[in-house]
Ligand binder design. Sequence first.
Ligand code: NAP
Length: 260
Amino acid sequence: MDLGIKGKRAIVCASSKGLGRGVAEKLAEAGVDLTLNARTEETLRETASEIAGKYGVRVQIVAEDVTTEAGRQALLMAEPQPDILINNAGGPPAGFWSDWGEEEWLKAINNNMLTPILLMNAILPGMIERKWGRVVNITSGSVKSPIAQLGLSNAARSGLTGFVAGTARQVAKHGVIINNLLPGSHDTDRTKGFIERTATAKGISIAEARAEAHAENPTGRYGTAEEFGAAAAFLCSQYSGFIVGQNLLLDGGAFNSTLG
Ligand code: NAP
């Protein structure tokens, strides 16, 4: 299927690995030129060169922390007029509700709520003027179904979700479409870390911990970054113009519910 976005330009935040990379790959496959971002320059450079080599699109990199004002400014300097914005950053640490003080809260709110909001604030006016834009925010299944130990994530991402709910409806008439993608468990470095910690805590092998985790999902597995990227690319396509302010859960059916 031709997504109709060949030649468009995208900023993909936090995209040297994992879900962000999965999205970058699928946008590149659709012919989109990319500005990729991550903090570690070496990995980012490798990813950029692999994607450019495989899909023949233009790929530039911005090795900065997207959760800082300087990092966001560097991204916007490199790509001032993106047609597509993918918001993403690392998730906050796990813990117990009483573990977190003001500092931890401000960091989580900055990283997983304010950063995507500030990037949208900077980029939406240009999209509105050009009468076309697509924004996909990578949030988490924890917005819909809380993960108790991820209180910082549950809360900060819910704040972003609230902002998007109203804003998506204000900008849609200008051809600017904003949606959120909510990952359940996907096979990335982040979940590899969880599995390793579970294996250590339970005194079982990593393979056993992985099998247990997979067995908990109705599909019997974790999602892939490729599947995630394909869903995101569709939400950035010419055909997504009537999908506005939605929260699409990609979790293999883990959230048990008759209606979405
Ligand atoms: P991942 O495999 O650890 O990859 C994270 C990517 O983001 C890397 O490229 C990393 O590169 C970059 N990054 C992290 N913090 C950054 C920052 N401050 N500025 C710029 N780049 C940054 O993680 P993932 O599994 O793809 O997760 C992506 C997001 O989805 C996270 O917020 C996570 O909490 C959320 N999520 C994931 C899952 C899942 O199952 N994977 C489920 C629910 C929610 P550098 O380290 O070099 O910066």
